[in-house]
Write a protein that binds this ligand. Structure first.
Ligand code: NAP
Length: 658
C-alpha cells in the first residue's frame, strides 16, 4: 500500500485518522454509494483525482434547488452521479489509492463553483477561496491557529486572560490562547463544560445545523452518529474537545462571575466570582473574554398569575427530570425551536397535551432530521479523500451566503408576506409543504401557516413529526392568547380555563440582555448596562468603547438567522481577539480600547442593513430584536464580510494606553 501521509493530510482534527485505503469489493462500494450525500461526491472525486471532466454540466446541481434534500438532484441525476463515482472509485482503488497532487487554485475554484451550481452574478467564488481553504482546514492546515507566540512577542510581560464561560466559544478561546502561549483561566457557573449544550436537556433537544457544519473547522469528525446531533452527542463533543485541547485543569467550574471592574491605575480587570462553595473571591485579569452566549438565561413570560400555579412549572432549559409526565395533563407555552422539539417527544407519554401557540413557525422540510448517519456515508467520509470537507463546504454554502438572497428585501417587491422574489419562492415551497402535511386537517393548516416572511423568525427543521403530533387525539393546539395562569392551569383570552397538572415554558431566552446578570464597570466607573440602556452594541460584536481589554464572543449582532453556524462566528471572533492581544503585547502598552467613531459608524451600517433583511423589516415578534425593536442580535452581511473584517485588526481603529 502506498504511503498516503504525504498527500492525504486531512488530519488536522484530533478526531479524524488519515483517510483509509479502499479494500472493499465492487459490490460493497456500490452499496456504500447508495448512502452518499450526492452534492459533494463529484467535487471530492475531481479534487482527489484531478479529473475535471467529472464536473459534467448535466450533473451539476441546480443553484436554486441546493437547499433541498440531496442538493435538489433528481433521482435520475443522483443515480448517474453514483454510477460515475463508482467507476472513479474502482479506478482509484485499483491504482493503489493514490490521490493526485492538490489541484491548482483555478481548479479548486472550478470545483467549488460546480458544487454550488455554477458561477453566479451575485458573488465571485474567487473572493471566497482563501476563506474556504481555511474553513475546510484545506490541506490539513489549521489556518486559524495563532500566528504568534507570547515567548516571541512579550516574553517578560505578565499577562493573564479570564474567560467567562466554558461553552463552545469559551473552550475555543482557551484553546487558541493556549496555542499562543498566553496564560488564562476559564470560569463557568455550571458543573461541566458545554454551555447551552450542557444546560438544555429537554427531551428531543438536538441541533438544527448538520454536524459537519456545527463543529470546529479544525476538529472535524467522520463518526457523527446522527446527521443532526442530539444534545448528549454535542455535549460529549465539546467535552472531548476540552480533553483533546488539554483544557480541564484551567477551567474553574461552579464559579459564577458577579462583576468585573476595570482598574485604570493597574490596567486590569478585578473580577468578583462566587465559588462552588458560595464564597466570593476576587480574581485579577489583564483581559476578560465574555463567552456567555446569547441563549443562556431563560426568559419567563410576563403573564399574570405566573407564580400562582400549584403544580410543577419549569422552563425548557431547566428541565425537571424529577417530574414524571406520564399520564399527566401538560401545557406547553410557546412553539419556538425548543418547544417544537420537545412537544413531539413528550406527546406519546403524557395523558393530554395542550400546546399554546402565539405565532407559528415556517418549517424547513428535512426528511433526515432524526436519522442516523448510514454506514455507507461514514465509510465514504473515511475512504474518499476530501469528501467530508466538500460535504462541509456544500452545507456551508447552502446555509450561508448562498441563502442570503432569499431573506434580503427587494425594495421593488410589493407582495404582502414576502420581501422579494426569492423569499416568495421559499414561502411558496414551504406553504406547499404545510399543505401536504395538514392535507387531512384544514383546521390545523390555518393555524400552521405563518403570515410573516420566511426568515423573519427562526425556521424550524421538520421531518413530518410536527404535523403528526398535532394531529394526535390527545394533543390540542390552542391559538387563543393567554390571559392568566391560575393555581390550576391556563386561562385564555376567551375566558376558557384549561386545567393542567404541569406547565412547561418553551418561551426562549433573554437574548438581547447581553452579559447579564454580570455587572461590568469600565473606564470612569461607567456601568456597561447603563451605557447600553438596553441597546447592546459592540464593534464587530467584540469590543465596546470605554471598556478596554474586554472582548465579547457571540456578542451583539453576531447571530445568524438562516445563514451559517455560530461556530464560524466564534472562530472568526476568537482569531480577532487573539490578534488584538498580539497587537497589544507587541506594542508594549497595557490596554486597548476601540475608538468610539469606529464603533458608531459600524453600528450605523449594521442597523441600516438589518432594516433590509426579512427579520428587520418584518414587525413579527422575535428574539432577534430587543425591547425597543432594534435588531441587536443579528449579523446582516455576508459570512465573507465577517471573516474579512476579523482577519486582522486595523491598529488605527484602537487606542493603546498604559
Ligand atoms: P424562542 O424561539 O424565542 O421561542 C419562544 C416561544 O415562546 C415562541 O413561540 C414565543 O411566541 C413564545 N412566547 C414567549 N413569550 C410568550 C408569552 N408571553 N405568551 C405566549 N407565548 C410566548 O425560544 P426557543 O424555542 O428556546 O429558541 C431560541 C433559539 O434557540 C432558537 O431560535 C435557536 O436559535 C436556538 N435553538 C436551536 C435549537 C436547534 O438547534 N434545533 C433548538 C432550540 C433552540 P412568539 O413566537 O409569538 O414570540
Amino acid at each position: 500500500m502506498a504511503d498516503m501521509t504525504d498527500r492525504t493530510t486531512w488530519t488536522a482534527s484530533p478526531f479524524v485518522a488519515a483517510i483509509e485505503p479502499i479494500t472493499e469489493s465492487d459490490d460493497e462500494i456500490r452499496r456504500y454509494l447508495a448512502d452518499a450525500e450526492i452534492q459533494p461526491l463529484l467535487p471530492a472525486l475531481a479534487y482527489a483525482t484531478g479529473d475535471m471532466s467529472l464536473l459534467r454540466d448535466d450533473l451539476r446541481p441546480d443553484p436554486l434547488m441546493v437547499s433541498l434534500p440531496q442538493g435538489g438532484y433528481t433521482d435520475e441525476q443522483a443515480a448517474a452521479v453514483r454510477e460515475l463515482a463508482l467507476e472513479v472509485l474502482l479506478r482509484f482503488r485499483d491504482g493503489g489509492c493514490r490521490p493526485e497532487p492538490v489541484p491548482a487554485d483555478a481548479d479548486v475554484l472550478r470545483i467549488m463553483e460546480f458544487a454550488v451550481g455554477g458561477k453566479s452574478a451575485d458573488y465571485d467564488m474567487a473572493d471566497y477561496l482563501p476563506l474556504l481553504e481555511e474553513e475546510l482546514a484545506h490541506r490539513g492546515e489549521d489556518r486559524r491557529a495563532p500566528t504568534w507566540h507570547k515567548h516571541e512577542l512579550a516574553p517578560d510581560t505578565d499577562f493573564r486572560v479570564l474567560i467567562v464561560g466554558a461553552g463552545m466559544s469559551g473552550l475555543l478561546a482557551a484553546h487558541r490562547l493556549d496555542e499562543a502561549g498566553v496564560d488564562f483561566v476559564v470560569v463557568d457557573k455550571n458543573d461541566d463544560v458545554g454551555g447551552t449544550w450542557y444546560e438544555n436537556t429537554y427531551p428531543g433537544c438536538r441541533v438544527d445545523n448538520p454536524n459537519h457544519n456545527f463543529s470546529y473547522s479544525f476538529a472535524q469528525r467522520h463518526d457523527w452518529p446522527f446527521h443532526y446531533s442530539t444534545q448528549p452527542v454535542l455535549h460529549r463533543y465539546f467535552r472531548d474537545c476540552a480533553d483533546a485541547f488539554g483544557l480541564h485543569d484551567r477551567i474553574r467550574l461552579g464559579t459564577e462571575v458577579l462583576s468585573a471592574t476595570w482598574s485604570e491605575d493597574d490596567h486590569r480587570w478585578d473580577v468578583v466570582v462566587r465559588t462552588a462553595d458560595g464564597r466570593e473571591e476576587t480574581l485579577t485579569a489583564d483581559a476578560v473574554v465574555s463567552a456567555v452566549g446569547q441563549l443562556n438565561r431563560p426568559h419567563m413570560p410576563e403573564i399574570a398569575g405566573l407564580d400562582s400555579f400549584a403544580g410543577p412549572a419549569f422552563h425548557s432549559a431547566r428541565w425537571r427530570h424529577d417530574v414524571d409526565l406520564a399520564g399527566k395533563r401538560v401545557a406547553v407555552i410557546g412553539t419556538g425551536a425548543s418547544a417544537m422539539q420537545l412537544i413531539p417527544e413528550i406527546a406519546p407519554e403524557v395523558g393530554e397535551l395542550l400546546v399554546f401557540q402565539r405565532t407559528p413557525a415556517w418549517m424547513v422540510p428535512t426528511p433526515e432530521y432524526h436519522d442516523e448517519v448510514p454506514a455507507g456515508l461514514t465509510w465514504l467520509y473515511n475512504h474518499v479523500p476530501a469528501y467530508s470537507e466538500f460535504n462541509r463546504f456544500c452545507i456551508f454554502w447552502r446555509m450561508g451566503d448562498g441563502a442570503l438572497a432569499t431573506v434580503t428585501v427587494d425594495p421593488a417587491w410589493d407582495v404582502p408576506g414576502s420581501v422579494g422574489p426569492m423569499n416568495a419562492m421559499v414561502q411558496m415551497l414551504f406553504t406547499e409543504y404545510l399543505k401536504e402535511q395538514f392535507a387531512d386537517r384544514p383546521d390545523l393548516l390555518d393555524a400552521a401557516v405563518p403570515s410573516y416572511p420566511p426568515g423573519a423568525k427562526r425556521m424550524i427543521r421538520d421531518n413530518g413529526v410536527w404535523a403528526r403530533t398535532l394531529k394526535r387525539d390527545d394533543v390540542r393546539l390552542i391559538t387563543q392568547g393567554i390571559r392568566e395562569i391560575t393555581p390550576t392551569g391556563v386561562v385564555t383570552s376567551d375566558g376558557v380555563a384549561h386545567d393542567v397538572d404541569v406547565i412547561i415554558y418553551g418561551t426562549g431566552f433573554t437574548a438581547s440582555r447581553f452579559l447579564t446578570p454580570m455587572t461590568v464597570t469600565g473606564r470612569d466607573g461607567v456601568d456597561l448596562h447603563e451605557h447600553w440602556q438596553g441597546e447592546a452594541r459592540a464593534y464587530l460584536g467584540v469590543t465596546v468603547p470605554g471598556f478596554p481589554n474586554l472582548f465579547c464572543l457571540y456578542g451583539p449582532n453576531t447571530n445568524i438567522v438562516i445563514n451559517g453556524s455560530i461556530i464560524y462566528f466564534s472562530e472568526c471572533g476568537v482569531r480577532y481577539i487573539v490578534s488584538l492581544l498580539g497587537m497589544l503585547l507587541g506594542s508594549g502598552h497595557r490596554a486597548l480600547d476601540v475608538r468610539a467613531e469606529v464603533h458608531d459608524e459600524f453600528n450605523a451600517r449594521v442597523d441600516a442593513r438589518n432594516r433590509e433583511m426579512a427579520w428587520g423589516v418584518s414587525d413579527v415578534n422575535s428574539w432577534y430584536k430587543n425591547a425597543s425593536g432594534r435588531v441587536s442580535q443579528n449579523w446582516p452581511f455576508t459570512l465573507l464580510e465577517y471573516w474579512q473584517r476579523t482577519l486582522r485588526p486595523d491598529p488605527g481603529e484602537y487606542d493603546l494606553s498604559g
